[in-house]
Design a protein around this ligand. Structure first.
Ligand code: MRU
Length: 364
């Protein structure tokens, strides 16, 4: 997508041969490009959320393994670096998926070819992510048009967290249909959940939509249910960090509450789910490992002062403990449909296995 008239992706190989990323911890106040020079840099970029969002985490880990191969292409380092990068964050399945792909690509190759091939393969995974999100956008746009045709006036979409282009290599998953709809003249508007505690909605989704000129309104996380009760939301579209073989959806904390409110109010609840985020080896959503993050993300907030300084302030009493689970699981029964690159798929084991037979078979 474009930033101030210049096209960007979220990750690329820089002219120096290292890996360039948009540092998302600086947004929305500054647009900063950072460089990753080794596997440790990639690990920290993922763990500290300079890059985040399931598809981008996967591609960043792939590039991290390429950087590790440049330093030492041995079998031992291939195993150790892949295992190390896999520990950066536990929930999004894309991390393990991308690392497995690179490992299997490199394992049969002579050591002298491994680094070059790893960079090429990481680039292919990045390109594939863009193509997948483009396809999700096309299928999702048909859905938006169908729902818009049934109502008069503007289509109101609610989204949670950031499943936008910043969370992927480009397009985003939940936002791909939104960008395509907006660009093709569909009258739409997005309610953006702020998404406490890290505020990916306020900091990233609102920034993205504003830069693309998409009409949007930021809301406190707790406002969604009220808006649904008052007929203000036509559909919900969220992303996913890991969707299980049975269609349970693990996504940013708070997604489950949105799904419950949508169910109670008859609002369609869709999940934009690239196949790289579907874990066919895991059936039950309650088995997804949920990342626990630091208390300070709950007890403190960071923002810009009126004179432009970035400050972190405490919002809770000194000494009050806090708990910070980063993701929750929405049971398949609350999901209206999964918008995948192969079309809209029902959130159940049969439909997923029919849509992705090769993945289901490989995991069996
Ligand atoms: O903790 P984050 O910011 O990495 O969480 C991101 C999400 O939960 C997204 O909704 C999900 O990764 C889908 S991104 C296309």
């Amino acid at each position: 997508m474009e930033v101030d008239g210049k096209p960007y992706r979220t990750i690329w190989q820089s002219d120096s041969g290292n890996v360039a990323i948009i540092d998302q911890t600086k947004l929305p106040h500054a647009f900063v490009i950072a460089e990753l020079r080794g596997a440790e840099d990639a690990w920290h970029a993922i763990a500290d959320m300079q890059v985040r969002g399931a598809p981008l985490i996967g591609v960043a880990a792939a590039y991290g393994l390429a950087l590790a191969m440049r330093a030492d292409p041995s079998d031992v380092n291939l195993t150790n670096a892949a295992n190390y990068l896999a520990t950066a964050r536990p929930t999004a399945i894309n991390l393990a998926w991308a690392l497995d792909d690179i490992r299997h690509t490199l394992a049969p190759l002579p050591l002298t070819q491994r680094a070059d091939r790893a960079f090429i393969r990481a680039g292919e995974l990045a390109a594939a992510d863009v193509a997948v999100n483009d396809a999700i956008g096309t299928h999702g746009l048909a859905l938006l048009r169908e729902i818009a045709a049934r109502k008069h006036g503007r289509l109101n979409i609610l989204t949670h967290c950031n499943a936008g282009w910043l969370a992927t290599v480009d397009w985003g998953t939940a936002t791909a249909p939104i960008y395509k709809g907006h660009d093709s003249g569909l009258d739409l508007h997005v309610f953006v959940d702020e998404t406490r505690p890290r505020n990916q909605g306020a900091a990233l989704t609102a920034w993205e939509l504003a830069h693309h000129g998409v009409p949007h309104t930021l809301i406190a996380d707790n406002a969604g249910g009220h808006l649904m009760q008052h007929g203000e939301i036509d559909l919900v579209i969220v992303g996913t960090d890991r969707t299980t073989a049975s269609g349970d959806v693990c996504n940013k904390i708070g997604t489950y509450l949105k799904a419950l409110a949508a169910h109670d109010n008859g609002v369609p609840f869709y999940v934009a789910a690239p196949s790289s985020s579907i874990d066919f080896a895991l059936y039950d959503g309650s088995d997804v490992p949920i990342e626990m993050r630091g208390e300070n993300e709950v007890t403190h907030m960071t923002g810009a002062t009126v004179d432009g300084r970035i400050e972190t302030v405490r919002i809770a009493p000194d000494g009050s403990p806090a708990l910070n689970p980063a993701f929750d699981v929405t049971p398949a029964r609350l999901v209206t449909g999964l918008i995948t690159e192969r079309g809209i798929v029902a959130a159940n084991a049969d439909a997923l296995a029919r849509a992705f037979p090769e993945r289901a078979k490989a995991a069996a």
